[in-house]
Design a protein around this ligand. Sequence first.
Ligand SMILES: C[S@@+](CC[C@H](N)C(=O)[O-])C[C@H]1O[C@@H](n2cnc3c(N)ncnc32)[C@H](O)[C@@H]1O
Length: 424
Amino acid sequence: MASVKSSPHLLSPSPLSACMEVKQDLLANLQSGAVMPIANPIDTASPHQPPTTNLKSEIFAGLSSPSPFLPSLLLWGDNGIRHFNKLTFHPKYYPSRTELAMVKRYAEEFASITPAGSVLLELGCGSLHKTSIILSAFDRLRRPISYYALDVSEAELHASIQRLRQDFAHSKFVSIHGLYGTYDDCAAWLLSLSTSARPRGLPNLAPGQVISFLWIGNSIANMHPPEATAMLSKFHQACSASRLQCRFLIGSDACGEPATVLNAYNSGYQTFTDFILSGLDYANDILGEKIFHPENFRVETEFDRATRLLSVYYVATKRVELVWHDSAGHDSIRRVLEMGERLLIIFSYKWSAEGFARICEDAGMQIARKWTDKEIDYNFYAITSQQSLADRLKRWSTPFDTYILGGVVLSILSISLIGELFFL
Ligand SMILES: C[S@@+](CC[C@H](N)C(=O)[O-])C[C@H]1O[C@@H](n2cnc3c(N)ncnc32)[C@H](O)[C@@H]1O
């Protein structure tokens, strides 16, 4: 599907030196300790793409699919993320505005439910504008936190980490780190903690310690429900294998009102179309050739009320012939888009609270707490593992534990009885 895809070619993390061959500028960042790449490159011939993805083959696969699409990762190139950041401040774009207001209102609650001295790892961190407000709450509450920001948008990640580090340069409570890679890379990296004696980049985490994942901006909803469930389980399982407790704080848009949704996502305003069309330029960068001409496409959005699914398409405004040449200069791929034909670029669900709860339950997790903006119907959910609760209950109900507990109680009773006999 066109959403964020699990890379089929994911390689497990390996020594830093291998990653450093990809880009010279990474070296400087590694030395400064600001951002760490957490996965191996699979296609060094396409230096513009995130390390473990193969966007070139995903583009070709999408174009030849019966329901054609382009990978949504194309929206998160250096230009795309800049356009997205502009969009987040546009008055029409209610998701960011609503989430920002909620973060301002609840930041201290979010900080106080996160154990002091634990790890907070943000998935798809973007500009870190809202994050900075949450981290300030940790600072005000004098609650130590090791914050890790993960993103695939490399230049933006470096820039925003640098800004955040300046903002918190004098903080005694907040430490800041960047991780460059995809969600899948991050889950694989966490899993590697279970086998690696000295895990790279993370503080020595004692068994049982908590990692809280911050996943805001309704980014989880750029996946179909089974994909979202699979991603939550992947993190959950990686943490369990590393004997860490995993929790999530997730921002999720539940607005099912078509007029509100389509007012925010529509081609009638430039900020939105600029963001979406930037994906075609990034596709050309990846392919190393200008095969997409943005002027031959317009942007179209539709919202399906029943499934609560918003879809965003490129629509060919005339008959378009896409031809890509291989390194020998031969026509390697030829695809004709008829006038009006659509390519899906991204989708976003607006799950109800019940729909969201099902996704968590299917991943073996549960909603522990919920904060709602009633005007828009936007939610923040604190999600915990069902297993950890079940484990705790089980621990007190096994015959072995009952015997031990019984033994302790009996010993205390007999000691006090003997004591009383002596004093009588
Ligand atoms: C909708 S934006 C949200 C940004 C930010 N969290 C916010 O709330 O404004 C999605 C972010 O996730 C990042 N992203 C998208 N797909 C990703 C993936 N597969 N792995 C890691 N980051 C990803 C994008 O680069 C972008 O910064």
